[in-house]
Design a binder for this molecule. Structure first.
Ligand code: XMP
Ligand code: MG
Length: 183
């Protein structure tokens, strides 16, 4: 569905599907150039990164491997605590691999900072991050993110894989929910 289909439930559309696709095209060109000649493993973080992975990986004019990880971050309320539990681990041995983590969003950065350390300890040759969205004002730790789609304001967003109570993942655009949806 498009943002126009559920306009009554949204307050602002931040990034449209067209903008996302144009950006992923750009990022795919950069990644293809940067990893020219090396094997590349894309690791998607479930479930939010499903759409980014699908649209980004298909724009790469080369072979890649793909794996997935599911993690949950525990803490008070809806905010990330930095205490991460692995719910589904990788099937791939990272030793000597060039890994590109594909993420939907960097909010506090706590989840990714944990993942980066975890991957480094498994002997990956290199670990970089591609994130479609980033909230600079929410950062609690600095993440060295090589490929960023869009910097957005510090609001809870949905769409393009991102959910509110498992809904809105199939919204094609990225938008801020209207306040009445939360209450
Ligand atoms: P941190 O704070 O660790 O967040 O960088 C990582 C994960 O939290 C989820 N997240 C969001 N999900 N709308 C969502 O639907 C948001 O605005 C949002 N901010 C964070 C997301 O899964 C991310 O990978
Ligand atoms: Mg996520």
């Amino acid at each position: 569905m498009r943002a126009t289909d559920i306009a009554d439930q949204l307050s602002t559309v931040l990034v449209t599907e067209e903008q996302i696709h144009a950006k992923l095209e750009e990022l795919a060109e950069q990644v293809a150039a940067d990893y020219d000649g090396s094997e590349l493993l894309l690791v998607g973080v479930l479930k939010g990164a499903v759409m980014v992975m699908a649209d980004f990986s298909r724009r790469l004019p080369r072979h890649i491997s793909m794996d997935w990880m599911a993690v949950s971050s525990y803490g008070a309320g809806t905010k990330s605590s930095g205490v991460v539990q692995i719910r589904k681990d990788l099937d791939t041995d990272l030793t000597g691999k060039h890994v590109l983590i594909v993420e939907d969003i960097i909010d506090s950065g706590l989840t990714l900072s944990w993942l980066l350390e975890n991957f480094a300890s498994r002997g990956a040759e290199s670990v970089e991050v591609l994130a479609l969205l980033r909230k600079p004002e929410a950062a609690k730790v600095e993440i060295d993110c090589r490929y960023v789609g869009f910097d957005i304001p510090n609001d809870f967003v949905v769409g393009y894989g991102l959910d509110y109570a498992e809904k809105y993942r199939n919204l094609r655009d990225v938008a801020v929910l209207a306040p009445h949806i939360y209450s």
